[in-house]
Design a protein around this ligand. Structure first.
Ligand SMILES: [Fe+2]
Ligand SMILES: [Fe+2]
Length: 470
């Protein structure tokens, strides 16, 4: 197994010390990164001691070390999963060939683009979440937020390493650009729409980590299949970190729901807003928003880019190797959503160009699992949450701009506008109420009144552990 070099400025398991030029280039990028972190990372707590995990190996058992760290001193590093000896390309035109350790010239531009788009989302989410530390509902949650933030920073490092190591001068320029675009910046925004919205409150944060970090999981999982082996190995390890981000979302929403149910029973009412909770209708509207925005991240139902990436071996499907087909998809077809006159319908499309839709479907199935768990809690009060129809509130693809209701009906513009402003997406009143609940709680073990305590602390520590020392 590759050992991690922790004695250098940039911890790594890629033997950076053996490549002086690369090491110097990354050491020159490092202060720019730290400067970015201090300027656009968390608004406060930069001098606090935070109980964080740091990656110290890529092995299955014990890859992380826990301890108090001041965030600007976090050991961001470069970690690739170990090479799989004899690994071959699992799909596309190069199926069965040896995977690539260098970038083939003909795929250079496409690979660079894929890495830059992925890399851009990582610092973007840190920027989106920077004000949340002011209103954390507990020290436990504050620590989880910071864990997510430093790991998104590390994911940026992962992509920047690939750009520096494999893409020469233009790779270095792209790495600099990743620190120059900013979430919501009018002149120089982040590449993808969902990453330019501020994460305004903790309810949004939990839904964001559940739905939008899960998009990240599916993008990384398909890049993990790449014939470009260093990219595959990077994404493999990033997925381990990503799992915690989705845990934060899934368990965060569970705790909100648990508290809502408690308040409903205690006061015998659905209207728990008056008692400092968040009612189910509001939760559904927040869910509708974050889910539909995340569906857009997968792109249009059909895409020649997606087909080309697959044929070239750059980006596979989710769990490519487990699929029982020919992994080339040259003659395969599948159904994709389509508008059929004035109805929501389907049409046939070549499977190769429909790969965005295939990935979106896998994502939707994964999203549904968390909902089942949430609905088990809600069953106590005879209620439930649901995923809106795939056509609802979409801005990309076939359904873009179509007046489709959360239950999948195409309606008149008037009906649509009425529903959009009052029933289906968070209203101004919802947002004002949620914001009114966002008072910081900083005493160890104490929780804000709108969510339940977690079942357990982090890394075997108690819930009332002092996770962030001011
Ligand atoms: Fe990430
Ligand atoms: Fe993440």
């Amino acid at each position: 197994m590759t050992t991690v070099d922790y004695d250098t400025l940039i911890p790594n398991n890629v033997d950076l010390a053996a490549d002086r030029r690369l090491q110097r280039a990354l050491e020159a990028w490092q202060p720019k990164f730290v400067e970015w972190w201090k300027t656009l990372g968390p608004l406060a707590f930069q001098d606090s001691d935070v109980y964080l995990r740091t990656a110290v190996s890529v092995s299955q058992e014990g890859w992380a070390n826990f301890g108090y760290v001041k965030m600007p001193e976090y050991r961001w590093g470069v970690f690739l999963a170990d090479r799989v000896p004899g690994r071959t390309v699992a799909f596309g035109d190069h199926l069965g060939e040896e995977v690539w350790q260098e970038v083939p010239g003909e795929y250079r531009a496409d690979l660079r683009r894929l890495i830059v788009v992925q890399g851009d989302t990582e610092p973007a989410s840190v920027e989106q979440q920077r004000a949340l530390c002011m209103t954390a509902p507990s020290l436990y949650d504050l620590r989880n937020l910071f864990q997510v933030n430093v790991e998104e920073g590390r994911h940026l490092w992962a992509m920047v390493y690939l750009l520096h190591r494999y893409f020469g001068r233009d790779g270095r320029d792209e790495a600099d650009e990743l620190l120059l675009r900013h979430s919501g910046d009018e002149d120089n925004p982040r590449i993808l729409g969902a990453f330019n919205e501020e994460t305004a409150d903790w309810l949004s944060f939990f839904f964001f980590t559940y739905f939008t970090d899960r998009d990240g999981k599916f993008q990384l999982a398909s890049l993990k299949e790449s014939a470009f082996d260093p990219l595959a190995r990077t994404c493999d390890f990033m997925l381990k970190e990503e799992a915690h981000h989705m845990f934060v979302g899934a368990s965060g929403i569970s705790r909100v729901i648990q508290r809502t149910v408690e308040l409903m029973k205690e006061h015998d009412t659905d209207d728990v807003g008056a008692h400092g909770g968040i009612d189910i209708a509001t939760l559904q509207r927040y869910l509708n928003f974050h889910y539909s925005v995340s569906l857009d991240l997968f792109g249009a139902e059909t895409s020649t880019n997606a087909a080309n990436y697959f044929a070239a071996g750059l980006k596979g499907r989710f769990q490519e190797e487990k699929r029982a087909d020919d992994h080339r998809l040259k003659d395969a077809t599948r159904q994709v959503p389509a508008m059929d006159g004035e109805r929501v319908g389907e049409r046939d499309a070549p499977s190769l160009v429909a790969l965005n839709e295939t990935l979106r479907e896998d994502y939707i199935a994964d999203c549904a699992k968390g909902l089942e768990r949430w609905n088990r809690i809600l069953a106590e009060v005879g209620a439930g949450l649901s995923l809106p129809h795939v056509g609802f509130n979409r801005h990309v693809g076939t359904f873009a701009g179509r007046p489709i209701t959360p239950d999948g009906r195409l309606v008149t513009t008037a009906e649509w506008e009425a529903g959009m402003s009052a029933q289906w997406l968070p209203t101004d009143l919802d947002k004002a109420h949620v914001r009114s609940l966002m008072a910081p709680v900083r005493e160890p073990g104490k929780m804000a009144g709108w969510l339940a305590a977690p079942a357990a602390g982090i890394h075997g520590k108690p819930v009332d552990f002092d996770y962030v020392q001011a």
